[in-house]
Design a protein. Structure first.
Length: 149
């Protein structure tokens, strides 16, 4: 009070600042992005994306202000996913985080998308194995004789 500072006003300003910071957290922006873009997507895609956000990204980045998240922090979150052997999910999480960051840039809450800096930083996805189609009907039966058509 002697310095001309009113403690009640300082507390109001701090409370407002905390509220604004919470609205600009990665989790808040990601939830807004999810509600904005997911209604027209398939149910399975919505469920998978929601699970990646909830289980993998919010636990590490959720409370952080989106504008201050660096590519190193995002990489640390993705490395945790890779650590459990889920390489495909790590790539999907990087893609989802990139979409959230681009939404934050478009809405003026972040300056850039740090996920772009991580190109090639993750282990490659597990390669799919393709098998040749059986074209000879004799190979389909157990006895080796062609099955009747």
């Amino acid at each position: 009070m002697a310095q001309g500072i009113v403690p009640g006003e300082v507390r109001k300003i701090e409370k407002l600042t905390r509220h604004i910071a919470a609205a600009e957290s990665f989790e808040a922006v990601a939830r807004e992005w999810f509600n904005q873009t997911m209604p027209e997507k398939s149910e399975s895609y919505r469920v998978r994306t929601s699970r990646i956000l909830e289980k993998d990204l919010f636990t590490v980045l959720g409370s952080r202000p989106i504008a201050s998240i660096t590519s190193h922090e995002l990489l640390a979150a993705l490395r945790r996913i890779e650590g459990r052997g889920a390489y495909d999910i790590a790539h999907r999480a990087k893609q989802t985080a990139g979409q959230v960051f681009r939404y934050a840039v478009a809405t003026g809450r972040a300056e850039r998308d740090p996920s772009g800096d991580l190109r090639g930083a993750l282990k490659p996805k597990r390669q799919k194995k393709h098998y040749a189609a059986i074209t000879d009907p004799a190979e389909c039966s157990k006895t080796g004789e062609a099955a009747p058509l």
